[in-house]
Write a protein that binds this ligand. Sequence first.
Ligand code: UDP
Length: 491
Amino acid sequence: MSDPEAKCAARLMEDKKQPPHVVIFPLPLQGHVNSMLQLAELLALSGLKVTFLNSPHNHNHLPQFADVPARFTKFPGFEFRTVPDGLADDHPRTGRFLLEMLDGMIVKTKPSLRDLLVDINPSVDCIIGDGILGYLLDIGEELEIPVIQFRTISACCLWVYYRIPDLIGAGEIPVGGNEDMDRLIKMVEGMENFLRGRDLPSFCRAKNLEVEGTRVQTFAQETRRSATAHALILNTFEDLEGPILSHIRTKFPKIYTIGPLHAHLRTKLSEKNLVSSDSLNGIREVDRSCISWLDQQAMHSVVYVSFGSIAGLTREQLLEVWYGLVKSKVRFLWVVRPDSVLGHWGDEDVPVELMEGTEERGYLVDWAPQEEVLDHWAVGGFLTHSGWNSTLESVVAGVPMICWPQFADQHVNSRYVSEVWKIGLDMKDFCDRHVVEKLVNDLMEEKREEFVGSARTMAKLAKESVSFGGSSYCNLDSLIEDIKLMSLKKS
Ligand code: UDP
Protein backbone atom coordinates (compact mmCIF):
# COMPACT_ATOMS: atom_id res chain seq x y z
CA MET A 1 0.00 0.00 0.00
CA SER A 2 1.41 3.39 -0.99
CA ASP A 3 1.86 6.06 1.64
CA PRO A 4 -1.16 8.19 0.58
CA GLU A 5 -3.33 5.05 0.34
CA ALA A 6 -2.23 3.96 3.81
CA LYS A 7 -3.03 7.38 5.15
CA CYS A 8 -6.42 7.28 3.50
CA ALA A 9 -7.21 3.81 4.89
CA ALA A 10 -6.05 4.86 8.35
CA ARG A 11 -8.30 7.87 8.16
CA LEU A 12 -11.26 5.73 7.12
CA MET A 13 -10.65 3.35 10.03
CA GLU A 14 -10.38 6.32 12.32
CA ASP A 15 -13.61 7.80 10.88
CA LYS A 16 -15.53 4.58 11.47
CA LYS A 17 -14.78 4.71 15.17
CA GLN A 18 -16.06 8.26 15.35
CA PRO A 19 -19.67 9.31 15.70
CA PRO A 20 -21.16 11.04 12.62
CA HIS A 21 -19.72 14.50 12.11
CA VAL A 22 -22.16 17.34 11.43
CA VAL A 23 -21.14 20.87 10.51
CA ILE A 24 -23.73 23.51 11.38
CA PHE A 25 -23.62 26.89 9.69
CA PRO A 26 -26.14 29.62 10.56
CA LEU A 27 -26.47 33.05 9.01
CA PRO A 28 -24.50 35.01 11.64
CA LEU A 29 -27.47 36.99 13.02
CA GLN A 30 -28.84 36.67 16.56
CA GLY A 31 -32.14 34.93 15.73
CA HIS A 32 -30.45 32.40 13.40
CA VAL A 33 -27.51 31.68 15.74
CA ASN A 34 -29.93 31.26 18.64
CA SER A 35 -32.07 28.52 17.15
CA MET A 36 -29.20 26.75 15.36
CA LEU A 37 -27.17 26.61 18.60
CA GLN A 38 -30.17 24.95 20.22
CA LEU A 39 -30.19 22.40 17.40
CA ALA A 40 -26.42 21.94 17.81
CA GLU A 41 -26.86 21.18 21.51
CA LEU A 42 -29.65 18.70 20.79
CA LEU A 43 -27.46 16.84 18.29
CA ALA A 44 -24.44 16.89 20.60
CA LEU A 45 -26.62 15.51 23.41
CA SER A 46 -27.50 12.59 21.18
CA GLY A 47 -23.84 11.75 20.72
CA LEU A 48 -23.06 13.28 17.32
CA LYS A 49 -19.86 15.19 16.74
CA VAL A 50 -20.83 18.77 15.99
CA THR A 51 -18.75 21.59 14.56
CA PHE A 52 -20.53 24.93 14.79
CA LEU A 53 -19.39 27.69 12.46
CA ASN A 54 -19.46 31.22 13.81
CA SER A 55 -18.44 34.53 12.36
CA PRO A 56 -15.35 35.91 14.17
CA HIS A 57 -17.56 38.74 15.52
CA ASN A 58 -20.09 36.36 17.11
CA HIS A 59 -17.34 34.01 18.24
CA ASN A 60 -15.82 36.85 20.26
CA HIS A 61 -19.13 37.98 21.73
CA LEU A 62 -20.81 34.67 22.63
CA PRO A 63 -18.40 33.72 25.44
CA GLN A 64 -18.70 37.21 26.90
CA PHE A 65 -22.46 37.35 27.23
CA ALA A 66 -23.80 33.84 26.99
CA ASP A 67 -23.27 30.64 28.96
CA VAL A 68 -22.13 28.97 25.75
CA PRO A 69 -18.59 27.83 26.74
CA ALA A 70 -19.86 26.20 29.96
CA ARG A 71 -22.75 24.52 28.15
CA PHE A 72 -20.67 23.04 25.36
CA THR A 73 -17.56 21.89 27.22
CA LYS A 74 -19.57 18.87 28.41
CA PHE A 75 -19.49 17.55 24.82
CA PRO A 76 -15.92 16.44 24.10
CA GLY A 77 -16.46 16.33 20.32
CA PHE A 78 -18.05 19.75 20.11
CA GLU A 79 -16.05 22.44 18.36
CA PHE A 80 -16.53 26.05 17.36
CA ARG A 81 -14.76 27.16 14.20
CA THR A 82 -14.92 30.53 12.47
CA VAL A 83 -15.54 31.63 8.90
CA PRO A 84 -15.77 35.28 7.83
CA ASP A 85 -19.24 36.87 7.69
CA GLY A 86 -18.52 38.91 4.58
CA LEU A 87 -18.34 42.28 6.37
CA ALA A 88 -15.25 44.38 7.07
CA ASP A 89 -13.75 43.85 10.55
CA ASP A 90 -14.65 47.38 11.64
CA HIS A 91 -18.25 47.20 10.34
CA PRO A 92 -20.54 48.21 13.26
CA ARG A 93 -22.92 45.29 12.51
CA THR A 94 -25.91 47.28 13.68
CA GLY A 95 -29.10 48.16 11.82
CA ARG A 96 -30.08 46.51 8.59
CA PHE A 97 -26.85 45.07 7.30
CA LEU A 98 -28.36 41.77 6.14
CA LEU A 99 -28.26 42.49 2.41
CA GLU A 100 -24.70 43.80 2.61
CA MET A 101 -23.74 40.67 4.52
CA LEU A 102 -25.37 38.30 2.03
CA ASP A 103 -23.44 39.91 -0.85
CA GLY A 104 -20.17 39.82 1.09
CA MET A 105 -20.68 36.17 1.96
CA ILE A 106 -20.60 35.02 -1.65
CA VAL A 107 -17.20 36.64 -2.12
CA LYS A 108 -15.56 35.98 1.26
CA THR A 109 -17.43 33.27 3.13
CA LYS A 110 -18.09 30.76 0.39
CA PRO A 111 -14.41 30.07 -0.51
CA SER A 112 -13.30 29.98 3.16
CA LEU A 113 -16.09 27.60 4.03
CA ARG A 114 -15.24 25.33 1.12
CA ASP A 115 -11.59 25.19 2.20
CA LEU A 116 -12.56 24.46 5.80
CA LEU A 117 -14.81 21.59 4.73
CA VAL A 118 -12.06 20.08 2.59
CA ASP A 119 -9.47 20.21 5.38
CA ILE A 120 -11.54 19.41 8.45
CA ASN A 121 -10.82 16.23 10.37
CA PRO A 122 -12.71 13.96 10.86
CA SER A 123 -14.36 14.37 7.48
CA VAL A 124 -17.88 15.74 7.39
CA ASP A 125 -20.91 13.46 7.04
CA CYS A 126 -23.53 16.14 6.81
CA ILE A 127 -23.81 19.92 6.56
CA ILE A 128 -26.77 21.53 8.28
CA GLY A 129 -26.89 24.93 6.69
CA ASP A 130 -29.07 27.97 7.05
CA GLY A 131 -31.69 27.69 4.30
CA ILE A 132 -31.21 31.34 3.38
CA LEU A 133 -27.67 30.47 2.16
CA GLY A 134 -28.37 28.58 -1.06
CA TYR A 135 -24.68 28.43 -1.99
CA LEU A 136 -24.19 25.74 0.67
CA LEU A 137 -25.99 23.41 -1.72
CA ASP A 138 -23.35 24.15 -4.39
CA ILE A 139 -20.55 23.40 -1.95
CA GLY A 140 -22.25 20.20 -0.77
CA GLU A 141 -22.72 19.05 -4.35
CA GLU A 142 -19.11 19.77 -5.27
CA LEU A 143 -17.67 18.02 -2.20
CA GLU A 144 -20.30 15.26 -2.23
CA ILE A 145 -21.48 16.02 1.30
CA PRO A 146 -25.24 15.81 1.90
CA VAL A 147 -26.80 19.14 2.89
CA ILE A 148 -29.80 19.46 5.17
CA GLN A 149 -31.25 22.93 5.22
CA PHE A 150 -32.59 24.61 8.32
CA ARG A 151 -35.10 27.46 7.91
CA THR A 152 -35.38 29.74 10.91
CA ILE A 153 -38.73 31.13 9.73
CA SER A 154 -42.25 29.76 10.26
CA ALA A 155 -43.68 27.15 7.90
CA CYS A 156 -46.47 29.56 6.98
CA CYS A 157 -43.98 32.18 5.85
CA LEU A 158 -41.88 29.61 4.03
CA TRP A 159 -44.96 28.68 2.03
CA VAL A 160 -45.64 32.31 1.13
CA TYR A 161 -41.99 32.71 0.02
CA TYR A 162 -42.40 29.60 -2.09
CA ARG A 163 -45.40 31.11 -3.84
CA ILE A 164 -43.79 34.49 -4.60
CA PRO A 165 -42.79 33.73 -8.22
CA ASP A 166 -46.43 32.74 -8.91
CA LEU A 167 -47.70 35.89 -7.21
CA ILE A 168 -45.37 38.02 -9.32
CA GLY A 169 -46.41 36.16 -12.48
CA ALA A 170 -50.09 36.73 -11.71
CA GLY A 171 -49.56 40.42 -10.94
CA GLU A 172 -50.72 39.93 -7.31
CA ILE A 173 -47.60 41.70 -6.06
CA PRO A 174 -46.32 44.33 -5.55
CA VAL A 175 -48.97 45.45 -3.10
CA GLY A 176 -49.40 49.00 -1.86
CA GLY A 177 -49.75 52.41 -3.45
CA ASN A 178 -53.43 53.30 -3.77
CA GLU A 179 -54.78 49.80 -3.63
CA ASP A 180 -56.85 48.19 -0.90
CA MET A 181 -54.31 46.48 1.34
CA ASP A 182 -57.09 44.33 2.81
CA ARG A 183 -57.58 42.61 -0.55
CA LEU A 184 -57.39 38.84 -0.10
CA ILE A 185 -54.47 37.09 -1.78
CA LYS A 186 -55.94 34.04 -3.48
CA MET A 187 -52.89 32.22 -4.78
CA VAL A 188 -51.37 30.87 -1.57
CA GLU A 189 -53.13 27.55 -0.99
CA GLY A 190 -54.33 27.15 2.57
CA MET A 191 -54.46 30.89 3.19
CA GLU A 192 -57.08 32.00 0.64
CA ASN A 193 -59.54 33.15 3.29
CA PHE A 194 -57.37 35.29 5.51
CA LEU A 195 -54.08 36.36 3.89
CA ARG A 196 -54.40 40.02 2.86
CA GLY A 197 -52.07 42.21 0.84
CA ARG A 198 -50.79 43.80 4.03
CA ASP A 199 -49.87 40.38 5.46
CA LEU A 200 -47.40 39.52 2.70
CA PRO A 201 -43.68 39.70 3.56
CA SER A 202 -42.64 43.34 3.75
CA PHE A 203 -40.53 43.19 0.60
CA CYS A 204 -43.68 42.54 -1.49
CA ARG A 205 -44.73 46.14 -0.93
CA ALA A 206 -44.32 48.37 -3.98
CA LYS A 207 -42.01 50.87 -2.31
CA ASN A 208 -39.71 48.07 -1.17
CA LEU A 209 -39.88 46.19 -4.46
CA GLU A 210 -38.48 49.22 -6.31
CA VAL A 211 -35.32 48.89 -4.26
CA GLU A 212 -35.26 45.15 -3.64
CA GLY A 213 -37.00 43.69 -6.70
CA THR A 214 -34.24 41.36 -7.81
CA ARG A 215 -33.53 40.37 -4.24
CA VAL A 216 -37.13 39.22 -3.75
CA GLN A 217 -36.76 36.94 -6.74
CA THR A 218 -33.53 35.61 -5.28
CA PHE A 219 -35.11 34.85 -1.87
CA ALA A 220 -37.99 33.10 -3.60
CA GLN A 221 -35.67 31.08 -5.83
CA GLU A 222 -33.51 30.08 -2.84
CA THR A 223 -36.64 28.83 -1.10
CA ARG A 224 -37.56 26.70 -4.11
CA ARG A 225 -34.00 25.41 -4.30
CA SER A 226 -34.27 24.14 -0.73
CA ALA A 227 -36.45 21.38 -2.15
CA THR A 228 -33.29 19.89 -3.69
CA ALA A 229 -31.54 19.60 -0.31
CA HIS A 230 -31.37 16.17 1.34
CA ALA A 231 -34.00 17.36 3.83
CA LEU A 232 -35.44 20.45 5.44
CA ILE A 233 -35.54 21.14 9.19
CA LEU A 234 -38.18 23.51 10.53
CA ASN A 235 -38.37 25.02 14.00
CA THR A 236 -42.10 24.42 14.38
CA PHE A 237 -44.49 21.66 15.45
CA GLU A 238 -47.28 19.78 13.74
CA ASP A 239 -50.12 20.96 15.98
CA LEU A 240 -49.21 24.57 15.25
CA GLU A 241 -48.66 24.49 11.49
CA GLY A 242 -49.96 21.09 10.37
CA PRO A 243 -52.36 22.34 7.67
CA ILE A 244 -49.75 24.47 5.92
CA LEU A 245 -47.09 21.78 6.33
CA SER A 246 -49.28 19.43 4.33
CA HIS A 247 -49.08 21.90 1.42
CA ILE A 248 -45.33 22.33 1.82
CA ARG A 249 -44.82 18.56 1.83
CA THR A 250 -46.15 18.39 -1.73
CA LYS A 251 -42.99 20.30 -2.80
CA PHE A 252 -40.37 19.32 -0.21
CA PRO A 253 -39.94 15.56 -0.02
CA LYS A 254 -38.43 15.28 3.45
CA ILE A 255 -39.23 17.68 6.29
CA TYR A 256 -38.28 17.36 9.94
CA THR A 257 -40.41 19.54 12.23
CA ILE A 258 -38.55 19.44 15.55
CA GLY A 259 -39.56 22.63 17.36
CA PRO A 260 -40.02 24.60 19.44
CA LEU A 261 -36.31 24.01 19.78
CA HIS A 262 -35.78 25.88 23.05
CA ALA A 263 -38.49 23.76 24.70
CA HIS A 264 -37.17 20.61 23.05
CA LEU A 265 -33.74 21.29 24.51
CA ARG A 266 -35.22 21.69 27.98
CA THR A 267 -36.86 18.26 27.66
CA LYS A 268 -33.69 16.53 26.53
CA LEU A 269 -31.52 18.15 29.19
CA SER A 270 -33.87 17.14 31.96
CA GLU A 271 -34.09 13.57 30.59
CA LYS A 272 -30.33 13.37 31.06
CA ASN A 273 -30.51 15.03 34.47
CA LEU A 274 -28.54 17.97 33.17
CA VAL A 275 -29.29 21.48 34.37
CA SER A 276 -32.14 22.71 32.28
CA SER A 277 -31.61 26.44 32.49
CA ASP A 278 -32.75 28.70 29.67
CA SER A 279 -30.15 28.68 26.97
CA LEU A 280 -28.49 32.04 26.72
CA ASN A 281 -27.24 32.32 23.18
CA GLY A 282 -27.08 36.08 23.07
CA ILE A 283 -24.34 38.17 21.60
CA ARG A 284 -25.36 41.04 23.88
CA GLU A 285 -25.03 41.62 27.61
CA VAL A 286 -28.16 40.54 29.49
CA ASP A 287 -29.55 42.88 32.13
CA ARG A 288 -30.95 40.58 34.81
CA SER A 289 -32.14 43.42 37.02
CA CYS A 290 -35.47 43.22 35.19
CA ILE A 291 -36.15 39.85 36.85
CA SER A 292 -35.89 41.46 40.31
CA TRP A 293 -38.24 44.19 39.08
CA LEU A 294 -40.71 41.56 37.80
CA ASP A 295 -40.53 39.78 41.17
CA GLN A 296 -42.09 42.86 42.74
CA GLN A 297 -45.08 43.06 40.36
CA ALA A 298 -48.51 41.47 40.61
CA MET A 299 -49.46 38.27 38.75
CA HIS A 300 -49.94 38.80 34.98
CA SER A 301 -49.83 42.56 35.41
CA VAL A 302 -46.87 43.37 33.13
CA VAL A 303 -46.73 43.70 29.36
CA TYR A 304 -43.27 42.77 28.06
CA VAL A 305 -42.17 44.80 25.04
CA SER A 306 -39.37 43.80 22.68
CA PHE A 307 -38.78 44.13 18.97
CA GLY A 308 -36.01 41.55 18.65
CA SER A 309 -32.37 41.93 17.77
CA ILE A 310 -32.45 43.78 14.45
CA ALA A 311 -35.55 45.96 14.06
CA GLY A 312 -35.00 49.70 14.32
CA LEU A 313 -37.58 52.34 15.29
CA THR A 314 -37.65 55.94 14.17
CA ARG A 315 -37.81 58.60 16.86
CA GLU A 316 -41.52 59.13 16.05
CA GLN A 317 -42.35 55.43 16.29
CA LEU A 318 -40.51 55.13 19.57
CA LEU A 319 -42.48 58.03 21.02
CA GLU A 320 -45.85 56.65 19.81
CA VAL A 321 -45.17 53.26 21.43
CA TRP A 322 -43.94 54.95 24.59
CA TYR A 323 -46.94 57.28 24.89
CA GLY A 324 -49.27 54.35 24.25
CA LEU A 325 -47.65 52.29 27.00
CA VAL A 326 -47.66 55.10 29.53
CA LYS A 327 -51.26 56.11 28.73
CA SER A 328 -52.47 52.49 29.01
CA LYS A 329 -51.58 52.66 32.73
CA VAL A 330 -50.43 49.02 32.45
CA ARG A 331 -47.00 48.12 33.89
CA PHE A 332 -44.39 47.47 31.23
CA LEU A 333 -40.93 46.00 30.83
CA TRP A 334 -39.39 47.29 27.59
CA VAL A 335 -36.20 46.25 25.81
CA VAL A 336 -34.77 49.32 24.07
CA ARG A 337 -31.52 48.21 22.43
CA PRO A 338 -29.07 51.10 22.22
CA ASP A 339 -28.80 50.53 18.46
CA SER A 340 -32.56 50.28 17.89
CA VAL A 341 -33.35 53.97 17.61
CA LEU A 342 -32.72 55.29 14.13
CA GLY A 343 -31.15 58.74 14.03
CA HIS A 344 -30.11 60.92 16.93
CA TRP A 345 -31.77 60.21 20.27
CA GLY A 346 -30.82 61.24 23.77
CA ASP A 347 -32.33 61.44 27.26
CA GLU A 348 -33.00 65.12 26.62
CA ASP A 349 -35.51 64.06 23.91
CA VAL A 350 -37.80 62.24 26.35
CA PRO A 351 -40.85 64.29 27.38
CA VAL A 352 -41.23 64.70 31.16
CA GLU A 353 -44.61 62.93 31.24
CA LEU A 354 -43.02 59.83 29.73
CA MET A 355 -40.17 59.92 32.23
CA GLU A 356 -42.66 60.17 35.10
CA GLY A 357 -44.99 57.47 33.72
CA THR A 358 -42.03 55.14 33.24
CA GLU A 359 -40.65 55.73 36.71
CA GLU A 360 -44.06 54.86 38.14
CA ARG A 361 -44.97 51.81 36.09
CA GLY A 362 -42.21 50.89 33.67
CA TYR A 363 -38.73 49.38 33.46
CA LEU A 364 -36.35 49.74 30.52
CA VAL A 365 -33.38 47.50 29.72
CA ASP A 366 -30.91 47.21 26.84
CA TRP A 367 -31.35 43.43 26.58
CA ALA A 368 -33.38 40.97 28.66
CA PRO A 369 -33.22 37.21 29.36
CA GLN A 370 -36.31 36.83 27.18
CA GLU A 371 -37.21 33.18 27.74
CA GLU A 372 -37.06 33.71 31.50
CA VAL A 373 -39.05 36.94 31.26
CA LEU A 374 -41.82 35.29 29.26
CA ASP A 375 -41.97 32.46 31.80
CA HIS A 376 -42.25 34.87 34.72
CA TRP A 377 -45.62 34.85 36.49
CA ALA A 378 -45.81 38.66 36.44
CA VAL A 379 -45.87 38.80 32.63
CA GLY A 380 -49.36 38.80 31.13
CA GLY A 381 -48.74 39.90 27.55
CA PHE A 382 -46.02 40.45 24.95
CA LEU A 383 -45.84 43.38 22.54
CA THR A 384 -43.58 41.87 19.89
CA HIS A 385 -42.26 42.41 16.37
CA SER A 386 -43.34 38.81 15.63
CA GLY A 387 -39.89 37.41 14.89
CA TRP A 388 -40.21 33.63 14.73
CA ASN A 389 -38.09 32.87 17.82
CA SER A 390 -40.01 35.41 19.88
CA THR A 391 -43.32 34.04 18.63
CA LEU A 392 -42.39 30.47 19.58
CA GLU A 393 -41.05 31.55 22.96
CA SER A 394 -44.36 33.31 23.65
CA VAL A 395 -46.36 30.29 22.44
CA VAL A 396 -44.48 27.95 24.79
CA ALA A 397 -44.89 30.33 27.72
CA GLY A 398 -48.63 30.66 26.96
CA VAL A 399 -48.35 34.45 26.80
CA PRO A 400 -50.77 36.21 24.40
CA MET A 401 -49.27 38.76 22.01
CA ILE A 402 -49.77 42.14 20.39
CA CYS A 403 -47.94 41.99 17.08
CA TRP A 404 -46.25 44.94 15.44
CA PRO A 405 -44.35 43.30 12.58
CA GLN A 406 -41.45 45.17 11.02
CA PHE A 407 -40.11 43.17 8.08
CA ALA A 408 -39.61 39.82 6.31
CA ASP A 409 -41.62 36.89 7.75
CA GLN A 410 -43.08 38.92 10.62
CA HIS A 411 -46.12 40.14 8.64
CA VAL A 412 -47.23 36.58 7.92
CA ASN A 413 -46.53 35.40 11.50
CA SER A 414 -48.63 38.17 13.01
CA ARG A 415 -51.60 37.27 10.79
CA TYR A 416 -51.41 33.69 12.00
CA VAL A 417 -51.19 34.82 15.64
CA SER A 418 -54.36 36.88 15.36
CA GLU A 419 -56.50 35.09 12.75
CA VAL A 420 -55.52 31.44 12.82
CA TRP A 421 -54.20 30.62 16.28
CA LYS A 422 -56.20 33.41 17.95
CA ILE A 423 -53.56 34.04 20.57
CA GLY A 424 -53.19 37.76 20.12
CA LEU A 425 -53.88 40.98 18.26
CA ASP A 426 -52.28 42.33 15.10
CA MET A 427 -51.30 46.01 15.05
CA LYS A 428 -49.54 46.08 11.69
CA ASP A 429 -49.69 49.36 9.78
CA PHE A 430 -51.67 51.07 12.54
CA CYS A 431 -49.23 51.83 15.31
CA ASP A 432 -49.95 55.13 17.02
CA ARG A 433 -50.27 56.01 20.69
CA HIS A 434 -54.07 55.52 20.74
CA VAL A 435 -53.90 52.09 19.12
CA VAL A 436 -51.09 50.97 21.45
CA GLU A 437 -53.02 52.18 24.49
CA LYS A 438 -56.22 50.43 23.36
CA LEU A 439 -54.63 47.13 22.35
CA VAL A 440 -52.55 46.91 25.52
CA ASN A 441 -55.72 47.39 27.55
CA ASP A 442 -57.62 44.90 25.41
CA LEU A 443 -54.93 42.25 25.76
CA MET A 444 -54.24 42.77 29.44
CA GLU A 445 -57.78 43.37 30.63
CA GLU A 446 -60.87 43.76 28.41
CA LYS A 447 -60.33 40.78 26.12
CA ARG A 448 -57.85 38.89 28.23
CA GLU A 449 -59.95 35.76 28.76
CA GLU A 450 -60.47 35.44 24.99
CA PHE A 451 -56.76 35.02 24.36
CA VAL A 452 -55.53 33.36 27.51
CA GLY A 453 -57.56 30.18 26.90
CA SER A 454 -56.19 29.61 23.38
CA ALA A 455 -52.66 30.64 24.40
CA ARG A 456 -52.68 28.04 27.21
CA THR A 457 -54.01 25.34 24.90
CA MET A 458 -51.29 26.06 22.35
CA ALA A 459 -48.61 26.07 25.07
CA LYS A 460 -49.77 22.63 26.19
CA LEU A 461 -49.62 21.30 22.61
CA ALA A 462 -46.14 22.79 22.17
CA LYS A 463 -44.87 21.06 25.28
CA GLU A 464 -46.49 17.76 24.30
CA SER A 465 -44.84 17.88 20.88
CA VAL A 466 -41.36 17.91 22.47
CA SER A 467 -42.16 15.36 25.17
CA PHE A 468 -41.50 11.62 24.84
CA GLY A 469 -43.65 10.29 21.96
CA GLY A 470 -44.59 13.79 20.71
CA SER A 471 -44.28 14.69 17.02
CA SER A 472 -41.15 16.86 17.32
CA TYR A 473 -39.54 14.41 19.74
CA CYS A 474 -40.01 11.52 17.28
CA ASN A 475 -38.94 13.64 14.30
CA LEU A 476 -35.66 14.53 16.00
CA ASP A 477 -34.98 10.81 16.49
CA SER A 478 -35.65 10.24 12.77
CA LEU A 479 -33.34 13.11 11.83
CA ILE A 480 -30.54 11.61 13.93
CA GLU A 481 -31.10 8.19 12.35
CA ASP A 482 -30.95 9.82 8.93
CA ILE A 483 -27.59 11.42 9.75
CA LYS A 484 -26.21 8.14 11.13
CA LEU A 485 -27.21 6.44 7.91
CA MET A 486 -25.33 9.06 5.87
CA SER A 487 -22.22 8.30 7.89
CA LEU A 488 -22.61 4.54 7.41
CA LYS A 489 -23.12 4.93 3.67
CA LYS A 490 -19.96 6.99 3.43
CA SER A 491 -17.84 4.43 5.19
N1 UDP B 1 -33.92 38.23 22.73
C1 UDP B 1 -33.37 38.20 23.99
N2 UDP B 1 -33.40 39.33 24.73
C2 UDP B 1 -33.96 40.49 24.30
C3 UDP B 1 -34.54 40.50 23.00
C4 UDP B 1 -34.51 39.35 22.25
O1 UDP B 1 -32.84 37.16 24.44
O2 UDP B 1 -33.93 41.47 25.03
C5 UDP B 1 -33.86 37.00 21.92
C6 UDP B 1 -35.22 36.36 21.84
O3 UDP B 1 -35.43 35.53 22.96
C7 UDP B 1 -35.16 35.63 20.52
C8 UDP B 1 -34.15 36.42 19.70
O4 UDP B 1 -33.49 37.31 20.60
O5 UDP B 1 -34.69 34.30 20.72
C9 UDP B 1 -34.81 37.26 18.61
O6 UDP B 1 -35.17 36.43 17.56
P1 UDP B 1 -36.46 36.69 16.71
O7 UDP B 1 -36.54 35.60 15.70
O8 UDP B 1 -37.65 36.85 17.56
O9 UDP B 1 -36.25 38.09 16.04
P2 UDP B 1 -35.03 38.76 15.22
O10 UDP B 1 -34.11 39.32 16.24
O11 UDP B 1 -34.40 37.68 14.38
O12 UDP B 1 -35.70 39.83 14.42
